[in-house]
Design a protein around this ligand. Structure first.
Ligand SMILES: Cc1cc2nc3c(=O)[nH]c(=O)nc-3n(C[C@H](O)[C@H](O)[C@H](O)COP(=O)(O)O)c2cc1C
Length: 169
């Protein structure tokens, strides 16, 4: 459990990115609920640019960097977070697509945690190959996400202090 100065929700003190997963599948209803939660995120002009790509497990594993394959292949599910980089309203580039998709991925993790499922994002994957194999077209692949049940001990990664992340002007 992470020590925090203030009394935060357990999601913030207990969440971490596991590399060990139990051999236990995620029920479809849980996965759909997690993705529905992600889709409730706020977004610029309510464009909801996030997309969650589900595909065959073996195909998803083949898109990962070797170092990630080593542990993420054991995850119950792998999904890809991608974004529509253009506003549907006018076709112009949406500079907030990644920001908004990041919020959605955060919400995804929160709902998953509530259901006892842990998530671990990965930048280590072949984005060009993912675009081709997963038929993404114009969608921009952002991150792969491993989901699964885990009994791993919380690996506490360090955090910057509030004085480092708050800029008072
Ligand atoms: C966008 C993104 C990309 C990441 N890429 C990888 C990755 O390729 N491989 C990996 O093992 N962890 C990856 N991580 C996990 C981070 O290393 C991890 O979140 C960070 O060290 C903080 O640890 P914690 O999530 O356990 O608190 C990624 C996390 C994010 C949000």
């Amino acid at each position: 459990m992470r020590a925090t100065h203030y009394d935060l929700d357990p999601f913030f003190s207990r969440r971490f990115s596991p590399t060990e997963f139990l051999d236990k599948p995620i029920a479809d209803a849980d996965l759909m609920a997690i993705l529905e939660a992600a889709g409730t995120a706020p977004s610029c002009f309510n464009e909801q640019p996030w997309r969650f790509v589900l595909a065959d497990h073996g195909v998803m594993v083949s898109l990962l960097a070797e170092a990630n394959q080593a542990w993420a292949s054991k995850a119950a599910r792998l999904l890809l977070v991608a974004a529509d980089g253009h506003f549907v309203r006018n076709g112009k580039p949406n500079g907030y697509a990644a920001f908004d998709s990041g919020t959605a991925w955060g919400y995804l993790g929160m709902e998953a945690f509530k259901r006892g499922i842990m998530v671990h994002a990965m930048a280590g994957f072949d984005a060009a190959k993912a675009s081709e194999v997963l038929l993404l077209g114009e969608l921009k692949p952002l991150a792969m996400v491993a989901l699964g049940y885990s009994e791993q001990t919380h690996t506490q990664t360090p955090r910057k202090g509030l004085d480092e992340i708050i800029l008072r002007r």
